[in-house]
Design a protein around this ligand. Structure first.
Ligand code: SME
Length: 192
């Protein structure tokens, strides 16, 4: 099946808020044109995502774009999205932009795979969620998952990127490297 998505970015919006917004096509995101091999696919996708995010400082827009493009690029991704550190309750993650079936709204630090990755500020790969103590089953079809921290330039935790698959052992070291590189695109550059 051929997917073709036209991604658009607005340019100049933050410069003069009252002027007519000019919409220009930033990049054609053609999933069918991405390389099949995993490492090359992540590399190409990272470049595409960076191009679409350029000039956009809003963190929700950035996370929503990353979730949508990742979910389209990998058929094995059943749930793809973010749990964000809640400024009102800093020991909790609250659901952010995602693609997939209904996710849990809140996860305490240290609970489940997301909470473990948030507490350690390190990626966690779980080949079989049923073997992970305290796994939070938002959807019983999820069989394996990877959770990657999203850190700001100072190393503070902003969110985690959580990806679930209905396949057992769907994620490996290549996914960790590819997703960590993409997670680094999430915080808006300070120069934006
Ligand atoms: N699996 C996660 C919970 C979030 S859902 O999968 C969307 C966990 O155990 O942290």
């Amino acid at each position: 099946m051929q997917h073709r998505l036209q991604a658009f970015a607005n340019r100049g919006l933050t410069r003069r808020p009252n002027e007519v917004i000019e919409w220009v096509m930033a990049e054609a995101f053609a999933v069918a044109d991405l390389p099949a091999a995993k490492a090359a696919r992540y590399d190409a996708l990272r470049v595409e995502i960076a191009a679409v995010l350029e000039g956009e400082a809003n963190p929700v827009a950035r996370m929503a774009t990353v979730a949508a493009m990742l979910a389209q690029a990998f058929d094995t991704f059943f749930w793809t999205g973010f749990y964000v550190v809640d400024p009102a309750r800093p020991a909790e993650l609250v659901v952010g932009p995602y693609q997939g079936t209904l996710g849990c709204l809140r996860i305490a630090f240290g609970r489940g795979v997301c909470g473990a990755a948030a507490a350690a500020r390190e990626s966690v790969i779980v080949p079989d969620v049923e073997a992970f103590p305290g796994h939070i089953a938002c959807d019983s079809r999820s069989r394996s998952e990877i959770v990657v921290p999203v850190l700001d330039a100072g190393g503070a935790l902003l969110a985690v990127l959580d990806i679930d698959s209905t396949d057992l052992a769907a994620f490996d070291e290549g996914d960790r490297q590819g997703l960590e590189a993409i997670a680094r695109l999430v915080p808006p550059p300070s120069a934006d």
